[in-house]
Design a protein around this ligand. Structure first.
Ligand code: SF4
Ligand code: SF4
Length: 80
């Protein structure tokens, strides 16, 4: 599998990564996050010209729901 470069948010205990090369900016992860810690990243476009997604890692509980629902495998959640 290709080694995609992601943008990672980390607080030392957990990591949340979005891969701009895979993310199409559909917003499904934002909708599904129970902690409301995801939002469109207006400073970072993906290949489709739409926005990628950023994470407020301080609110994230690393439940993995966003990762499961992303149709494009554009999110990785790592627990420490
Ligand atoms: S669900 Fe996946 S493809 Fe859709 S915005 Fe979120 S990270 Fe991007
Ligand atoms: S792992 Fe859970 S809490 Fe963290 S961003 Fe994804 S859905 Fe939200």
């Amino acid at each position: 599998m290709k080694d995609y470069k992601g943008k990672t948010y980390s607080d030392g205990d957990k990591e949340w990564t979005n891969f701009a090369e895979l993310c199409k900016g559909c917003g499904l992860c934002i909708e599904k996050c129970p902690q409301k810690c995801l939002a469109f990243d207006k400073e970072r476009n993906n290949h489709y010209g739409t926005f990628t997604v950023k994470c407020d890692i301080s609110k994230c509980i690393a439940c993995g729901i966003c990762e499961i629902h992303c149709p494009d495998q554009a999110i990785r959640v790592d627990k420490g």
